[in-house]
Design a protein around this ligand. Sequence first.
Ligand SMILES: Cc1ncc(COP(=O)(O)O)c(C=O)c1O
Length: 407
Amino acid sequence: MKEYHSSVGNRLLQSSTPVPLPPAWPVYDSAVAREVDRMIRAGDVFAFGDHPRLLDLENWARTYFGVKFALAVSSGTAALHSAYVALGIRPGDEVLLPTYTFHATATPLLSLGAVPVLYDCEIDSTKPSIPHLESRIGPNTAAIVVSHMFGLVGDMSTVMQVASKRGIPVIEDAAQSHGAWTDIGKAGAIGTVGCFSLGGQKMITGGMGGLLLTNSRDIFYRALTLGHSHERAKEHLTDSSFQKYGGDVGGGLNLRMHPVAATLALSHAKTLDERIARRGRSLTRLSKGLQGVKGFYPPMQELGTSRGGWYGYKALYNDEELQCDSPSNAVKKMGTAGLKVSIPSTRPLHQTSLAELHPSLNPANEFPNAMHLTSRTIGFPDKHFHNVSDEVIDEYVLRAIHIFGEK
Ligand SMILES: Cc1ncc(COP(=O)(O)O)c(C=O)c1O
C-alpha cells in the first residue's frame, strides 16, 4: 500500500466535494449519430426482413465469437425466451439456474410453465457452486443455465462435463459478460446457446436489443421461427419443414431487433476489445488500490481468464473490519466524502417478489453463499469508468483510505 501511496504522490484528500466523473456509458460517436440521422430522415426505421444493419451485427457476432449462427433479437429477455423455446422446454420441465442472477433469467421460463430450480453461488463470488448445482439435477432436469454476472465466468468446463454426461443442454446468460473469456472459450460461445443483452448500459448497447448465439442449425431455426415470422424467417429457413411454419406466422411473437438499435450496437461492437482494454486498466488500478483499504476486497480477477467489460464493479467488504454497523452506513460515509457508491440492486431470485408469486422459487430455501455475497458488496460507479483518468480512480482509493484506514 505504501507503494501505491508514493505512486500517486502520497496525498490524502480530505475534501468532501464529489469526485468529478465523466459522463456515464453509453456514449456514441458522431459517425453513428450521422447514420441514425440518415435512417430517421429516410424512414429507414423498420424491417420485416433482413435489414443490412441486422445482418452486419449478426456477421460481426459470428466472427467475434466463432459460432455458426447469430440472431439479433429485441432484448436479452427475448434471447433467453427464444433459447428456452428452441430447446423445447415444456410446462413442468425443470431448468436449473442460479439464484444470484437478474430476474429475466427466470421469467421466460415462468411464462412457459417450466419450473426454475435454483442453485447457489460460491462463497465469495457469483460463480456457480458446482456441488450445489449438481445436487439439484433430477430426472426432470431439461436444461442448465449459467449467468456470468459482472463478467465473471465460472468453471464452465466442469459445468459442460456435468451436463454432457447427462445429455442436458447448457444456456449461458451472457447478458453481462460481453468480451469475457476463460480457458475454454468466450463467454456466450461455450454452451449450447448463448444469450446476450444489448440494452441499457451494456458494453454493446443499442438502448434495447439482444443476441442469441448457437452452433446448432435446429436451435437457430426454432428461435427464428418463434419471433421473426414472414420475411426474415422465409429468407433464412431453407429447410422445408421449418419454412412451412416460419414463412407463415411462425411462433407468432415479435422479437425482432430495431434496425436503429442494431446500428447503434454495431458501432459499439466494432470497438469492444479496445474499450475492454481501457476499462480493464482502470478497474485493475482500482482493485490494486482497494487491496490496501481496510475492510475492502476487490472483486475476483482470475489468472488465465478475462471479465471482458465487467459490466459491474462490486467490491467485497467486511463490516466487522470496517466497524460500520451496516453496509448502507459504509455507503453513506463514502457518499459524504464525495464518493458515488451504492448497494447493488441485484438480489438473489429467492428473495424477490417473484418467489412469492412462484412457489418453485422457494422463498423458504436457503442459499447461504448468495445471501452472504449480497450483504457484503458495494458497487462502484463503473459505468463512468469507461474512459476515466487515473486521478479519479486514485481519488476513490485515497478517500476510502481516509475514511476506513489502511490494511
Ligand atoms: C444477467 C441478465 N440476464 C438477462 C437480462 C435481460 O436483458 P434485457 O434487459 O436486455 O432484456 C439482463 C439485463 O440486464 C441481465 O443482466
